[in-house]
Design a protein around this ligand. Sequence first.
Ligand code: TRP
Ligand code: ZN
Length: 892
Amino acid sequence: MNSETAQRIHRQDYTPPPFLVDSVELDVHFNAGEVLVSSQLQLRRNPAAAAQPAPLQLDGQGLETISLAIDGTPLGADDYRCTSSTLTIDNPPDALTLTTQVRIDPDNNSSLSGLYRSKDGYFTQCEAQGFRRITWFPDRPDIMSRYQVTLHADKASLPVLLANGNPAGSGDQGNGRHWAKWEDPFAKPCYLFALVAARLDVLRDEFTTSSGRSVQLAVFVEPGKLDQCAHAVDALQRAMRWDEEVFGLECDLDHYMIVAVGDFNMGAMENKGLNVFNTKYVLARADTATDADYQNIDRVVAHEYFHNWTGNRVTCRDWFQLSLKEGLTVYRDQEFGADMHSRAVTRIREVRALRAMQFPEDAGPMAHPVRPDSYIEINNFYTSTVYDKGAEVVRMIETLIGKEAFRRGMDLYFERHDGQAVTCDDFVAAMADASGVDLTQFKRWYDQAGTPHLWASGHYDEQARTYTLTLSQSLLASATAANAEALQSPLHTPFHIPVAVGLNGAHGEDMPLMIAGEGSAAGSGRTTRVLSLTEFEQQFVFEELPAAPVVSLLRDFSAPVILDFSWSDEELAHLLAHDSDPFNRWEAGQRLASRLILAAAEDLSVGRPAYWPQSFVEAAARLLEHASDDPAFAAEALTLPGEATLAEEMTVVDPSALHDARNGLRRFVAEQLGNALLHCYTTHADDAPYQATPAAAGRRALRNVCLSYLGELHSDEARALAMRQFESADNMTDQFAALATLAQDDCQERVLALASFYERWHDEALVVDKWLSVQAASRLPDTLAVVRGLLEHPAFDLRNPNKVYALLNTFGNNHVRFHAADGSGYHFLATQIGELDRLNPQVAARLARRFDRWRKFDEPRQQQASFALEKLHSLAGLSPDVREIVGRALEH
Ligand code: TRP
Ligand code: ZN
């Protein structure tokens, strides 16, 4: 489809499909230089469709049609109309067998959508609309069919032949070829179709479900990588058990397969019984993968497994409902992560990511509701909003109705909709019906883009012993503008926001939470209460308080909003030291740091020196002192907010002042607390060999934060320390952390470490990705030149998404270097996006998102960015994918 014909699709235009497909029989022949796909579809008119008999329309892309027949009779030229993307049959019978044969060319499919060739064989990716690149089909998720698939291929080069479901026969065909047949017992939408024909090694295991059924597990990987599969298998088994225990959901399959492939656009794909994974989320060995990698593997393996119920058994009616499966499944994988690791640290990391990615998205040109209203290219809407804000929305429902009611809601959702393709409304209805809570107003979270602002103020009345909390909300960033406009606009209705609140006493103890008019029973025993904010402004009066409290608001980040409350620095220090809610302890530290960095950035940008108060150092010293209580938490608390997150709080971003301010504070802490940092580093060393446990990972995280602070000193001692760790580490976490610290420092050790790292790891693709990204993330002034040079390095490959993400996306996230004043970063990235678009539009469009916030910068930078974007936009043959992203960036 070229850009001129790319159409905008609207959610409101949904109509049920005129025809259903009951069954699909595919025969796929892998020949030299081509693949032939024969398909037999059993179709019938949809009883639920409009009374007007509509024609039968099928989707196709890049198909060379060889033959077409209905009920065995070849179609004549007048019986159908065919374009490059549609096959229309005007007067079909009400029930029919449609037989088609097409030729496709997976060897030259660099988009990694549909059927494509990777190093070790052939793989598929059908979500969202890749199935149409394999055969003619009504490619939409509300058509669910039973599939039988037979693969035929050369036995020596493609020994492994897989498809969804259960094996239903295999054998030799003579002349070196073999075949295998698979049958999926569950009806599914075509986006969950998968097949694999490749040369792969396999690790097999087993899982016995709670009802005693045995499930055969298999993980397929590139030959020679079996020693990197154990963690993925373990994660899968833990996820299967967890879903039984927490949600009562059992695996419904006899065979559950995971296939890892090095060329993959995203993280992984939940194809029924045959998940296809980016190698990045399968392969791990202590010396090649970091603690973060291990945890990501846990999460992605669990995520895809959880989709089997939330996505596959109950799927989406249309792609606007994407968050129905993605938001809910992210929520589920987050809960799994919280149960496997530290709940508090897991939550902190998720909120950090949300603020770094989703908040900017929601404030930029690609802002869209969790359930979008329209799109041009659906692949552009696999976003942090749909996934992560969608998960926050599910979490808010859980917070509002309570854990038990939430579980009843899930049960009811499956009871009502198993085997169906449904909408977000259906999910919310199940939650409302199971809990008795009216969620009508809450649904605004699905329909309205933008991050709401929440303003809070408090007043303690000594006489009455009451604390009055006033909460107000608006989508607009300033309180005064909010009140004026909000009250006038009938469209601007308030959100239903759960605000979890605690009150801290002078010694950090939780004070009683009794709300006026409720009677003491309601609040006396609880240390946190969830207030329902449903109006633009509401007051809550807490009674029987002997002294003024320090209020702890939005505990555990109970809603994805921007909270404004004027805590004094002393109050924040108090919360950081004492709040019983660990999330808000962390949050208080982040607020303190943000305040200082933003003020310093302002100073630096007008040529004034930055000011760093001793009180911040004292707070950091206390964290170090108590770090052994919870090293992973201490590591998070010592990590300053990132530049992209901080930039959102500036009216006009000065990236170099911001960068210098943030690093200035890091350096100040290092100068003041050098000994304490070194002590913490030393005392948390592990004598035991590497273990991927949360406790050991927490100690490593803490030590590596200390090391990175020490690196700010640019001293010989710090460099030697990092070099020693780099050379002696028995695991990738420590080795890479040392490399990352050195990569920020212009010294000889940096050069040596980078060279020796590549020398050692050049054969491990995923480790080479780390080597690329650590260079692209460097703050050193020659980073763009280095990145340019790496484009020509044998380690880089524009056709491989992991390499593109590692080098180019990392550079795009390098705030100070990408936003260089002379526009060099912009022009570089725009050129690369244009090149990549010809190979892989999906990944090019993802890369183009790095331009989202260009309007937040000063005039000269804006000029450079718009120039680069205009040039990209005007490229002949630009994909609809990139065109949509760049078009929006230029419009808004
Ligand atoms: N559904 C996948 C998930 O689990 C997302 C995904 C994988 C995807 N590959 C894709 C989406 C390619 C679009 C295109 O989140
Ligand atoms: Zn998903």
